[in-house]
Write a protein that binds this ligand. Sequence first.
Ligand code: NOJ
Length: 530
Amino acid sequence: MDKKQESFLDLVIYQIYPRSFMDSNNDGIGDIRGIISKLDYICELGVNAIWLCPCYKSPNKDNGYDVADYREIMDEFGTMEDMRELIREMHSRGMKLIMDLVPNHTSDQHKWFVESKKSKDNPYSDYYYWFDKPINDWRASFGGSVWEYVPERNQYYLHSYTIGQPDLNWDNPKVVKEMQDVVDFWVDMGADGFRIDVIDQISKDFENGRNCFGPNLHKYINLLFGREKTAHLFTVGECWANDIEEIKRHIDADRNELSTLFQFDHLEAGRSEKFTPMEDSLCTVRDILVKWQTLTGQHGLLYSLFTDNHDNPPFISRAGNDKELRYESATCIATMFYLLKGVPFIYQGQEFGITSSSYDDMSYFDDVESFDMFNRLVKQGYSREEAVQKINFGGRDNARRPVPWSNGVGGGFSEAKTWIPLSTRVNEINLENDLASEKSIFRFYKDLLSLRKGSKAFINGEFAAVSKNEDKYFVFTRIFEDEKFTVVCNFECESDIDCTEFGTLVLSNYKDRFGTEKLFRPYEIAVYKG
Ligand code: NOJ
């Protein structure tokens, strides 16, 4: 790993979905001032960077991933002045800001598109993909065809997501320049990095029937981030690549493209879609983690460590036991990810164990993806009740319900009616209850991150798996020079694990573990130094 990438191993990044994080003005929608009010809390956790999901002006067809102006803040979230204050407050606490860049598409209300659709001969006419007829039968991610007819041009435009999200035509050099200017604008504002939305789609491979990994992809990434002005940035691209050669083409240090990727092998875990539970989930996930820790280690690549985000329900509800063993499984999963080598990402509320909700009617949902999935399931023959259960399991709204801070009105998020209903478990699971409990997930996260931060072995050390594929637990070591840790994470059943050689116990999640006792209970973890 080169020096620049190595320097990012110190980062611990907290992801904020602003709409649902904290409402400062009681309109039921989270906002920038709400984020400012929680910065000390985020710092206390041991985080030193924030990835802010899109907060640009947007009509919210896809909650901000449809940008109408990259240089303005969404009305409900505040003003550019609030944004400047947020950046000042973050930097004064030594925290970095990672902005969410959405370069593949804009909103249909963005000036570029409003102009582009007017005629075939205006300065913006080639900013998007226009064809006289649909050139394929691709399905848009949230339903329907990717092609939409516009009478003014008597043509169709491409939208990989909602109709309100036309895909930008990166083969037009003016688009590349526009997006470079957007990046530079935010670098000048103080951004320290970017998370890049569906980076793999900015070059289309029409010939091979894919809206991603086109022939100019790397040229465009390089034009965005391989410049002097952007060389210092931390960049993480959302990318659906699960092939090491493909991944190297994005993040090999000498290519001047990205620092790391979000790849989703461990969340897909062999399933074709996320609405179906995984089988033997943590064992499958462990094997995938071992594979990628080994490969990224061999190739000197920076790996991203994450379980949750705004597109996936809380991982503890999908792969752990979010009822009787919520504390145990939340802390076990955190240990098995965040003591690996790479950059940890924590999604808002994950640090105190938020779970999925359980609603029985689609009126409690908001997300376009969930409605599309619900309609498809009903068409496939599922009853409405069964379909809602699947949405409860896999829907993105589970990750987007307001963060429950307290037992107060609106979970302490807002006194107004919230933009989306609160979690069904808000009275049981909130930060106030977590901190009052002897088994606080927040406190465990704090201890875990401080252990990680305090040792070169966890930051820079080599990873090696000790457990085997057939084991029902995960044991691995992290070694740097003469420092060695052994991490034991048992899964849902009891296991006998011989720890006698592992050294001194430095972290556990069962308070009656004193050392190297052999019996590991469900989701029990132990970290040894020796
Ligand atoms: C990925 C984002 O994470 C998701 O929320 C969004 O809907 C799509 N990209 C489209 O921008």
